[in-house]
Design a protein around this ligand. Sequence first.
Ligand SMILES: [Zn+2]
Length: 326
Amino acid sequence: MKKVKFLFPFLFLTHVVFAWGFYGHKMVNRLAVFSLPPEMFAFYKANIDYLTENSVNPDKRRYSDTAEACRHYIDLDHYEKFLPIDTVPRKWNDAVTKLSKDTLLAYGIVPWHIQVMMQRLTYAFKEKDLEKILRISAELGHYVADAHVPLHASENYNGQFTNQHGIHGFWESRLPELFSTDYDLFVGKCYYLNNPLEIAWEASEGSFAGLDTVLGFERKLNASFDESKKYSIEYKGQTQVKVYSKEYAAAYHQMLAGQVERRLKASILTVANMWFTAWVDAGQPNLNDLVKDKKQTKPSDEEMQQIIAEEQRLLNENRMIGRDEK
Ligand SMILES: [Zn+2]
């Protein structure tokens, strides 16, 4: 999650913008479980509800912990102004030397925080500390998913510099909520990452590369769309909320040509890859003795595609029932 911001200040509703929204984060962690190898699957599947629910902890923690916010993003467009982003040192110590720790904290540290979480998860696996494995897996999943959101790579994170206020929640919450049941989120088997830090950087750079699309297409659509149809009113519990209309969202989603789906898929696969890599680096501890129900065998790929489609449908249904959470 990024800094506190007003989504629609003219309605005097204060909003905090959550990356991927609660719904997206839950989906990423939940579906990542199905990409794990059989040696990990039983343990993660047995705890899939915990991994789902706790995927949003880092955003909740932001209220009580001032050090939290900068872990969720990196403003690569800030660095691009002064030096090409590929000259930002990838390693933390080198980056501190070149740019200063204050600068790094000011513009976000998500790739480095993913690395820290990887080290913690590897240690938790070595210790076979069940509680820690699950908590860190859930939170690592959050940061990895955040790194895949284009607006988490920009100082203009909510379109505030380009008169596009609200675009953050529009792209990462409203669009997945409206359209993700039609996505194909089966990502296949996860694999080992030789350099997780580099992969975290690739996620942020991929987000940076998608910024022009996210901002540019919305600007273009806004210029041609009937202003009176851009927003609509929906009810969240008893509260009236002004949202981007379904019509406007559908037009934007079409212009993005699968971008949200691609970033969601990349998030899911990278989360599974990170979990798997930490487990391998810890010496592949036997997780089956941590599971009570030992009958959880991994379904075949064909079965898996159906299971994932059903998971997507159920998650979306639950979101409808539990709308008040946001
Ligand atoms: Zn976040």
